[in-house]
Every structure is written in structure tokens, then in C-alpha cells.
Write a protein of this length. Structure first.
Length: 388
């Protein structure tokens, strides 16, 4: 995989960290003689969906060497993976795409977005003073792993798109490999506690610089996860108050980041939107029945799915805030769409109206687009703060 992505061969330390999270029974490789020429893997996750939690296969480490392209290796690995996911009863698969055009043909749709942000520290005053009884502390890895895992678990159940991470995963996130520093400092790990209860954490690095005017450093925020609004505000205030920094930058932030409304200067933070998770409904009926809907309603969907033909056909979805059912139907369809489009819509990060205007959905019953948008609406943008 490193060779396919033009990266250096992994060090022994990197390999040891990787072994801690690798699922060898879900790891594929193509061999040409003794040489590995293509790879793909899966991490077994739970994903928070609107109103629920479902098993999700995290597709990862996909690469084909340039010498073996155009031979069908990627298609064969995608075929093997999706058959395996289906046999295991996992209704969802998700991935981060290196190239946007690759995975649509396998039924993955762009489901979440993420923001890269930068804040000028000189313009980072809050509109109101942060109040609250919580406290902050710098912590070592041994203390961080159990506390951060508890915070992550509290936060993820109200955040669609977030994946469940246990202590094994949090320890991997805090491994602080030289590969990830890119010339910056080792990790700083900040814990927010309310009483004795861990309620938020931030992980960041510092890259110092100086010019004729004085210190000109950059704080690079890697993670900020909070289970309470108090912890969220206190952690951001801490990050923006670190001395000798001229700016704070962060990637993989939610597109509906509340920070903008904490700041007195509403033009901060400067924001660039990027694609996040690509989602695939491996079992459309189970996936649609496994989430909850903002309004009671009924939709009959005609689904086209060439790569997973067991999904192809018509499903009748009856859902609302208290539950949902999805089953095969011979009734007249309301909407017609393909698997990738359904994946893009599933978490609520895109509106049916937008994809309809782009020609990705056919409205076969008048008013069905508006009804679908009402049902699939969510109160916060889906977001996945962990890469895999």
C-alpha cells in the first residue's frame, strides 16, 4: 500500500502500531509470484446513524501497484469484500476515497463532508466569556487512553457518521508516530473534566516559527471531541490561547462547527469544505430500517444496484421517529435512484432535492422528493472525526 501511494516503507514502530488494529482475516492481497501487487482491508466498526447504531465495514488500505493496473484487481477485491460484508450481516460499508471517481461504480456515495479551518489568533476573541466549573489538564498516554475512550463513547451516540472506537483504537490514535508529525512537535493531550467525569479532549501539535515581528507559530489541532457544550467551549478557548502561536489550523472538522458562533469575529474561522465518508448500503433493507426518521412517512424506492444485485428492485420504507420497516414491494414506486445515490443520502448529509436537481433521482410520484427530505432530515450534519 505504501508503494502504491508513493510513501516510504514503514518503520518497525509503525508496523507494530498497525498490527494492533489490523484484522488479518479481513485483509486481502494479490500476489504476482512472491510480490504483493494489490491490497485491501476492512476494520469492523459500529457507526452511529440517525437514531441508532449499526455494524459498518470500514474499507481501508486499498491500493494497486502501477505495474498491475487495468487488470481487474481492484474490482475483484471490491467483489470479494462486499460479498464478505454481506455474508457477515453488516448492512453498511464506508471508506475515505483517494480519488472521487473510483468508488461510485461500486455503489459508494459521498455521504459526509468535513472542514479544514484556520483561525488567526489575533482575531480569536470569544463573543462572551467562557464560564463553567470544569478543569483542564495535560495528560500522558496512560491516563488519556481510558479517559478519551469514555468521552468518545459519550459523544458518538448523538453524532451521525461517528464510529465506535475502543481503547485499542484510541491507543493507536495516540501512538504519536514521527510519520504524522510533519516537522511539528510531539502530541499535546488536553483533558477536560467536569467534577470527576471526563467530558472532552483535544490533541494538537505545535510548529514553531519566528520572524522579525516575533513568534509566528502554528498550532495544528488533530482532534477535539466534547461530550458537553461546556467542554467544547473550554477546549477551544485553551487551543486558541496557547502562547507564541499566530494561527490555529485543523482538518476533519464538522461542517456545522459551532466555533464560528463562539467567536466575536464572525468571519473566522476561514473554512474549506472537503469530502468525508463515502457510504455504501450493503443491505439496503436492513440499513433503512436501522435508522430513524424525522417525520412519519412512506416511500417506495426503486433501487438500481448492479454490483450488489440482492439490493436491486423495489423497497417500501415506512418510518418515523419511533421506528422503521423496509421490505420488498410491488407497489408503484415514488422515487428511482441507484445505490451510490442512496449511500449519499442515507446519513442525511445531502438533500434529496439537491440530487434530484443534479439528475441523480427520478421523482415518479409528485411530492415524493419533499416527503423524502422531510423524513431523512437530521438536526446536525453527519461527521466522522476519525480516519481509517
Amino acid at each position: 500500500m505504501r508503494r502504491a501511494f508513493g510513501a516510504s516503507f514503514p518503520t518497525d514502530e509503525e508496523l507494530e502500531v498497525s498490527k494492533g488494529i489490523t484484522e488479518f482475516d479481513r485483509t486481502l492481497a494479490f500476489f504476482d509470484g512472491p510480490e504483493i501487487v494489490a491490497t485491501a482491508g476492512i476494520f469492523s466498526y459500529e457507526m452511529t446513524v440517525p437514531g441508532g447504531v449499526l455494524p459498518c465495514a470500514g474499507v481501508t488500505r486499498v491500493g494497486v501497484l502501477s505495474t498491475h493496473r487495468r487488470k481487474g484487481l481492484l474490482t475483484a477485491m471490491m467483489r470479494r469484500q462486499l460479498d464478505d460484508i454481506h455474508e457477515r450481516g453488516e448492512p453498511l460499508a464506508a471508506l475515505y476515497a483517494s480519488e472521487a471517481a473510483i468508488y461510485v461504480r461500486f455503489g459508494y456515495g459521498l455521504a459526509t463532508y468535513q472542514a479544514s479551518i484556520e483561525i488567526e489568533r489575533s482575531r480569536a476573541a470569544f463573543a462572551n466569556t467562557v464560564t463553567g466549573g470544569g478543569r483542564l489538564a495535560l495528560v500522558d498516554v496512560a491516563s488519556a487512553v481510558p479517559a478519551f475512550t469514555r468521552i468518545w463513547e459519550r459523544a458518538r451516540h448523538s453524532q451521525p457518521g461517528m464510529l465506535g472506537l475502543d481503547e485499542r483504537w484510541i491507543r493507536s490514535e495516540l501512538s504519536d508516530l514521527e510519520l504524522h508529525r510533519e516537522g511539528a512537535s510531539p502530541q499535546y493531550r488536553v483533558l477536560h473534566q467536569t467534577g470527576d467525569e471526563p467530558s472532552g479532549f483535544a490533541v494538537y501539535r505545535i510548529k514553531m516559527d519566528w520572524d522579525a515581528a516575533g513568534p509566528n507559530g502554528t498550532l495544528r489541532l488533530e482532534k477535539l471531541v466534547a461530550a458537553t457544550t461546556e467542554a467544547y467551549a473550554a477546549l477551544w478557548r485553551h487551543v486558541l490561547d496557547v502562547d507564541l502561536m499566530a494561527r490555529v489550523s485543523a482538518e476533519m472538522r464538522p461542517v456545522d462547527e459551532p466555533l464560528r458562533f463562539l467567536l466575536a469575529d464572525g468571519r473566522q474561522p476561514k473554512t474549506r469544505i472537503e469530502d468525508g465518508l463515502w457510504v455504501r448500503l450493503v443491505d439496503a433493507a436492513i440499513a433503512l430500517a436501522g435508522r430513524r426518521y424525522a417525520a412519519d412517512g412512506r416511500l417506495v424506492l426503486r433501487i438500481h444496484d448492479e454490483f450488489c444485485p440482492w439490493n436491486a428492485g423495489q423497497l417500501e420504507l415506512q418510518g418515523g421517529p419511533s421506528g422503521a420497516e423496509a421490505r420488498a414491494s410491488t407497489a408503484s414506486p415514488d422515487l428511482e435512484l441507484d445505490a451510490a445515490t442512496l449511500g449519499a443520502l442515507y446519513l442525511g448529509g445531502n438533500r434529496f432535492r439537491s440530487l434530484y436537481l443534479a439528475g441523480r433521482i427520478k421523482e415518479l410520484t409528485a411530492g415524493a422528493i419533499a416527503r423524502a427530505d422531510s423524513m431523512f432530515s437530521i438536526d446536525r450534519a453527519p461527521w466522522c472525526p476519525s480516519h481509517f
